[in-house]
Ligand binder design. Structure first.
Ligand code: ATP
Length: 319
């Protein structure tokens, strides 16, 4: 293999740039040529492809977003779109591809691999919703952004003795809500993986209020539903003044944490090693701090599991 391509696709995540840098530098270290494909699979179809050198990834390890931009591309879900992409790979002499993104991105990678072009997936999403890896690139940074926001909200919550409902991202996964709630000592954490009884939530709030608690923080994962609706229900049922904050896209941006930069560097470099070893259709990950790889098909057929022991602990600590 002499020439490889790299793209980022789906939602951006802090640390994607560090992963791109690792792919480019590791590949050049091994004597490969590297081509950056802009705007994900859309850029692949359009031939938005340019050669990357060592300098092209300088000064990006600390930046959020993605230097290669990202896009969602419906056309690539069709056979016709995929063949257009393959044509571009042929035209540029690209023999293997590294795709950084979430499960949708891996579906695309699987399709390219099936058409004879080896692809390796790198998990980049703040949601931490990919099986086969303990952490995805961007999760730690988003978590720290949430913690920072909650710490600030807590000051106001205490000053005004209010209940605050904070809605956090995570799509269908409760990881961001759970980790943020545990790290910030939230009274209640609502995640899609567990059905919570509203009466129990209200009861816990009232108990806290009666023993003189100055504020309450409730974290709602977006997969559970709207934080605004939930706050209304709480206010009516508990008769406590309630405010709501939807953190939204602030959670996706910002300079990646040290942990995400290191993870992205390790995973990006490992993806290059797999291509050089002749592997295809694999996703790299980290489990128990060891680099691993799994068949993308297995990843797509497995459901992500949130750590329910941690969830139980969060309840025990917020009695
Ligand atoms: P995130 O979790 O951040 O949303 P993602 O990678 O899951 O990231 P998607 O929008 O689901 O984001 O997928 C990214 C892109 O991957 C799509 O826009 C599309 O181009 C490609 N893709 C998704 N599903 C398929 C599929 N079944 N076949 C081919 N390509 C696909």
């Amino acid at each position: 293999m002499k020439k490889i391509g790299v793209l980022t696709s789906g939602g951006d995540a802090p640390g994607m740039n560090a992963a791109i840098r690792a792919v480019v530098r590791k590949a050049i270290f091994h004597g490969l040529e590297v081509y950056g494909i802009k705007y994900g699979y859309q850029g692949l179809i359009d031939g938005n492809i340019e050669k990357m050198d060592l300098g092209s990834v300088g000064d990006i390890i600390q930046r959020g977003g993605t230097k290669l931009y990202s896009a969602r591309c419906e056309e690539f879900k069709t056979e016709e779109g995929q063949l257009k992409g393959i044509e571009q790979l042929k035209k540029h002499g690209i023999e293997g591809l590294i795709a950084i993104g979430g499960d949708g991105t891996f579906m695309g990678a699987k399709k390219i691999t099936e058409k004879g072009y080896p692809c390796i997936g790198v998990p980049g999403t703040i949601d931490n919703d990919i099986p086969g890896t303990d952490f995805t690139i961007g999760f730690d940074t988003a978590l720290n952004t949430i913690i920072d926001a909650i710490d600030k909200i807590r000051d106001t919550a205490t000053s005004h003795e209010r209940t605050y409902v904070i809605e956090v991202m995570g799509r269908d996964a409760g990881d961001l809500a759970l980790w943020a709630g545990l790290a910030d000592g939230a009274e209640t954490i609502l995640i899609p993986e567990s059905e919570d009884n509203m009466d129990e939530v209200v009861e816990r709030l009232k108990r806290g209020h009666d023993r003189g608690k100055k504020h309450s923080i409730i974290i709602v994962a977006e997969g559970v539903g709207s934080g605004v609706d939930f706050a209304k229900q709480i206010e009516e049922a508990a008769q406590l003044e309630t405010r709501v904050t939807v953190l939204g896209h602030t959670q996706r941006g910002g300079s990646p944490s040290a942990s995400d930069r290191v993870l992205a560097s390790r995973l990006g470099a490992h993806a290059v090693d797999l291509l050089l070893d002749g592997k295809a259709g694999r996703m790299v990950g980290i489990q128990a701090n060891k680099l691993v790889d799994h068949d993308i098909i297995d990843i797509l057929n497995t459901e992500h599991q949130v750590d329910l022991d941690m969830y139980r602990l969060s309840k025990e600590l917020s009695i």
